[in-house]
Design a protein around this ligand. Structure first.
Ligand SMILES: [Zn+2]
Length: 100
């Protein structure tokens, strides 16, 4: 075998090289291989912001529905009032003409 440090011939079973004094690795020819790099652990990418959960979205949906309903109700009242006024029936339907 050969010394992994200086390359000189070293007798089998010798622990240290007689030329340079380096420790001789048994059964290893040439310079020792560097340890393999540890596999990089997978790091999950966290989103920049958290999306709304189902509960939050449900509450938001209900709020939106209420707002839309209120808006439509106001629209119907206003439209009914205008139509009633144009028809000259405003005095008879002070509530805004909520009839269909
Ligand atoms: Zn040596």
């Amino acid at each position: 075998m050969f010394c992994s440090n200086c390359g000189s011939s070293v007798a089998e079973g010798t622990a240290f090289c007689p030329v340079c004094g380096a420790r001789v690795a048994r059964g290893v020819a040439g310079p020792a291989q560097p340890p393999a790099a540890a596999p990089v652990a997978y790091v999950p990418v966290t989103p920049a912001f958290n999306y709304a959960t189902w509960g939050t979205r449900a509450v938001g949906y209900i709020i939106d529905a209420l707002l839309v309903s209120a808006g439509m109700a106001l629209l119907y009242v206003a439209l009914g009032t205008v139509l009633t006024g144009l028809a000259g029936l405003g005095g008879r339907y002070p509530g805004g003409g909520m009839y269909y």
